[in-house]
Design a protein. Structure first.
Length: 113
């Protein structure tokens, strides 16, 4: 059984790595949450579009109601779900699961106009 604080520690580590990877000022990132409906760990705007990241410490993250609500309500161009695994896969047209190690190449190849 994993330590109860492992998820929070993983999330903090990922956020630090993501902020170093993106060329966006740290004060441009936000946490978004709706009471009892879900959250997005990192939300930002770039090139006139909205982007989001959800961080999960799971073997194979699945599509959740929270993710669907976030994409719709925030009008996200894309939501990346970062996890400690190795595989890339889509959960929806605008939601994909990627390993933290591949975050840089996945985000920099996203279309931004």
């Amino acid at each position: 059984m994993a330590h109860p604080k492992l998820g929070a520690s993983w999330e903090g580590f990922c956020i630090e790595m993501i902020l170093k990877t993106l060329n966006v000022p740290p004060e441009s990132f936000f946490f978004w949450s709706l009471h009892q409906w879900g959250e997005v760990d990192l939300y930002w705007q770039d090139h006139g579009k909205n982007w989001g990241i959800e961080i999960k410490y799971e073997d194979a993250p699945q599509l959740t109601r929270s993710m669907k609500i976030a994409v719709k309500d925030l009008e996200l161009e894309h939501l990346w779900v970062i996890y400690p695994g190795n595989a890339h896969y889509s959960l929806d047209q605008k939601i994909s699961v990627i390993p933290l190690s591949d975050f840089n190449s996945s985000v920099t190849s996203a279309p931004k106009n």
